[in-house]
Design a protein around this ligand. Structure first.
Ligand code: SF4
Length: 316
């Protein structure tokens, strides 16, 4: 990542637009937005080399507020558009964002398949347990038996475990943060962006308007006298990094431990890095097939330099 004198010219302000941020007062989205901007600033990635891609939901407005390239796409479609952006221009740092309804509900198929592709990009999910933009219906992560203020009855469906799904789908970096702990969130987003491969970061996000159960006080554990958030790195034996990617035993051991941590619930919610492994990315493998991509991103390759005759012949 750029550590040059030229790269240090970008101020934190360079990653902010002057678009009015119209999230509700006290929304956890503010903490995530600030963390993304601070992470990009710390990494000194030139704003013109970043693409922020969002789906639909309150979180979908994020690209409007980060002064980089950005695209506010369709419901659940942030990941395929982000994949296309990275493959078209592998010099871009691509960050996809969305809510839990957008990513784990409408976009669930893309969530699964993006894990196994391992395109070099980052996916951040603002997980608040509700569809905030459409008045607070239960989202895929709301646990069975919970009833937020706009629901007539408690949910009769189980909530999904996104960390467990991501482990199964093959994401090569998996983490979870909390929207109101900006310092830790900046560190997690920085690691996620630095990771080569698809990094997935689930973020517990407070929605004070519609989720009156998972509030700031609830996460702080006002009623039980201690925080409900347990930092994985507070355990000295916690090591989520696979040292030998060829070792099925080590992968299974690290994934099993991460899976156990992801099922902590109720009064103990694990946050931090769950799993990390270095594997060839989709874009690297593509560049091995098309060597010109190692010299120039696809977007800079004139089409006339490509010999398409073999392709036509193959297609008959
Ligand atoms: Fe934030 Fe909830 Fe308001 Fe949406 S509805 S902006 S998630 S507080």
């Amino acid at each position: 990542m750029p550590e040059t004198a030229e790269a240090k010219k970008f101020t934190l302000q360079a990653y902010k637009t002057d678009v009015h941020v119209d999230w509700c007062p006290g929304c956890g989205d503010f903490g995530i937005l600030s963390s993304i901007q601070q992470a990009l600033f710390q990494l000194q990635i030139p704003p013109y080399k970043v693409a922020m891609i969002s789906g639909i939901g309150c979180s979908g407005k994020t690209p409007h507020y980060v002064d980089t390239y950005g695209l506010h796409t369709l419901h659940g479609r942030a990941l395929p558009v982000a994949t296309g952006a990275k493959l078209a221009n592998n010099e871009l740092t691509v960050v996809a964002v969305g809510g839990d309804g957008d990513g784990y509900g409408i976009g669930a198929g893309y969530f699964l398949n993006s894990g196994r592709r391992n395109v070099d990009m980052t996916y951040i999910v603002y997980n608040n347990g509700v569809y905030g933009l459409t008045k607070g219906q239960a989202s895929p992560t709301l646990a069975k038996g919970l009833k937020t203020k706009s629901m007539p009855d408690p949910s009769i469906q189980e909530g999904i475990n996104p960390i467990a799904v991501a482990l199964g789908a093959g994401y090569t970096w998996i983490g979870r943060g909390y929207s109101l702990d900006v310092k830790s969130l900046v560190a997690l987003i920085t690691q996620a962006i630095r990771h080569k491969g698809t990094s997935f970061l689930d973020v517990f996000q407070t929605c004070p308007v519609y989720n009156d159960l998972r509030t700031k006080d609830w996460y702080a554990g006002e009623d039980i006298g201690r925080s409900r958030l347990r930092r994985l790195d507070s355990d000295p034996s916690w090591d989520p990094v696979v040292k030998d990617p060829a070792s099925i035993e080590e992968i299974a051991e690290k994934k099993t431990r991460a899976l156990h941590a992801s099922y902590e619930a109720g009064d103990s919610l694990a946050v931090g890095v769950f799993y990390s492994i270095d594997l060839p990315t989709y874009d690297q493998q593509l560049a091995n097939k098309i060597p010109a991509l190692k010299e120039h991103p696809l977007v800079d390759l004139p089409l006339y330099q490509r010999d398409v005759e073999p392709l036509f012949a193959e297609l008959g």
